[in-house]
Design a protein around this ligand. Structure first.
Ligand SMILES: *[C@@H]1O[C@H](CO)[C@@H](O)[C@H](O)[C@H]1NC(C)=O
Ligand SMILES: *[C@@H]1O[C@H](CO)[C@@H](O)[C@H](O)[C@H]1NC(C)=O
Ligand SMILES: *[C@@H]1O[C@H](CO)[C@@H](O)[C@H](O)[C@H]1NC(C)=O
Ligand SMILES: *[C@@H]1O[C@H](CO)[C@@H](O)[C@H](O)[C@H]1NC(C)=O
Ligand SMILES: *[C@@H]1O[C@H](CO)[C@@H](O)[C@H](O)[C@H]1NC(C)=O
Length: 339
């Protein structure tokens, strides 16, 4: 059985080999003559497939990965403000569910209030390897390119519960051994605002009668800051008024608003005479001696220079407080007839 099989196997090559050899040698001859055509065809096919992958698909994939990524601002410290600049220390967290982890090169980003006409500054975003949870830490002096636009940003921070910060640039991006490509980075991040300083309260309040060095009242205020921002605002002044009548100026010294509750001292000049005659006049509607005051933002001064962008934000907001003036006067042994 096995011998028969062997003979069959042996037989087959005898007839097949000559045909194969002739085909093989013809092929050899063909390649010898036309090898350069094959090389060209191979290169063309290779490029036709590869070039669109590198120069069309890869940038598109990179761009859509950048589009799908998220940015979260963890903290933002604004210090050393001057009328045209400030120092920024900002921690941001990148979010992405992409399986690619390209390197995003350092780039200049224009920063603006969401919906605004133009940016207020350009910030240099450091190089980062794009992966979920990657931290981007920006520490630099920021020169304002548009002080008014930064004022508008601060007005939004002061008044709004939430606001948008837009960060836009054209970073270089590189994935593994692929060439560097450029993508458009255009992210709008929603941040919490100060929400009109909702929850502001005067927690302690004293009247100096007579005034001491021009100071007619002092106390402690509580300012809630629900944002992730720490803002050095310098010496902040407010106009104090009662029923539309200007009484004096109140000041917060070296105000640095930190995230959370801020308990800071306040001092002010007060027209005591007006307050006392208002209380004792027949038309005083506040028979319990608790008066409603308006505290309207006036300005911010840092190292002797007014910061127009904070002044703008302060003036956009007026706080309302009720203070037991009769009680505070009684504490300094001033008792008013009728109370
Ligand atoms: C990326 O987003 C921009 C709009 O922000 C859009 O115009 C563009 O088509 C998107 N690109 C990709 C590849 O998804
Ligand atoms: C207010 O001034 C009085 C008198 O000068 C002083 O005793 C008190 O400690 C001050 N209170 C605050 C909260 O600054
Ligand atoms: C700010 O305070 C100054 C006095 O210090 C006053 O003349 C001015 O009218 C105030 N401005 C505003 C907008 O409250
Ligand atoms: C605030 O004013 C005081 C004096 O009035 C000054 O010593 C201090 O340096 C000022 N603070 C800032 C941040 O400018
Ligand atoms: C108020 O009067 C009481 C007793 O007459 C005195 O002990 C106290 O020191 C006075 N307080 C002030 C602030 O003058």
């Amino acid at each position: 059985m096995s011998t028969t099989k062997t003979s069959v196997v042996d037989e087959a090559p005898v007839t097949a080999v000559p045909t194969k050899q002739s085909f093989g040698s013809r092929l050899k001859a063909h390649f010898k003559k036309w090898w350069w055509v094959h090389v060209i065809v191979f290169i063309v096919v290779f490029l036709v497939i590869l070039l669109p992958v590198i120069y069309v698909a890869y940038p598109k994939i990179a761009q859509s990965a950048v589009n799908d990524s998220t940015l979260q601002i963890k903290s933002m410290i604004i210090s050393d403000p001057t009328p045209e600049s400030f120092h920024l220390d900002q921690q941001q967290i990148l979010g992405t569910d992409s399986s690619y982890h390209p390197k995003i090169y350092e780039f200049d980003a224009e920063v603006s209030l969401g919906g605004a006409d133009g940016p207020f500054a350009t910030v240099t975003v450091p190089e980062v390897k794009s992966k979920d949870g990657a931290e981007i830490h920006v520490v630099q002096k920021v020169d304002l390119t548009d002080v008014d636009a930064f004022g508008d940003f601060n007005v939004a921070v002061m008044l709004q519960e939430e606001l948008d910060l837009r960060i836009k640039g054209k970073p270089g991006l590189k994935q593994g051994g692929l060439p560097k490509t450029h993508v458009t980075y255009d992210k709008t991040v929603t941040m919490k605002g100060l929400n009109k300083l909702k929850g502001f309260a005067i927690t302690e309040f004293h009247i100096m009668f007579p005034p001491v060095n021009g100071i007619g009242m002092n106390g402690t205020v509580s300012i809630p800051n629900p944002t992730v921002m720490t803002i050095a605002m310098g010496n902040v002044t407010f106009d104090l008024s009662l029923d539309g009548h200007y009484l004096g100026e109140t000041r917060l010294h070296d105000l640095v608003l930190k995230p959370g509750e801020n308990i800071v001292p306040i001092v002010g000049t007060v027209d005591h005479g007006y307050v006392i005659s208002f209380l004792t006049s027949k038309k005083n509607p506040y028979k319990d001696g608790i008066l409603p005051f308006d505290i309207a933002g006036n300005k911010s001064v840092y190292a002797g220079k007014e910061l127009s962008y904070y002044t703008k934000a302060l003036r956009a907001n007026t706080l309302h407080v009720k203070l037991d003036v009769v009680g505070a006067l009684r504490d300094v042994n001033v008792t008013l007839p009728g109370f």
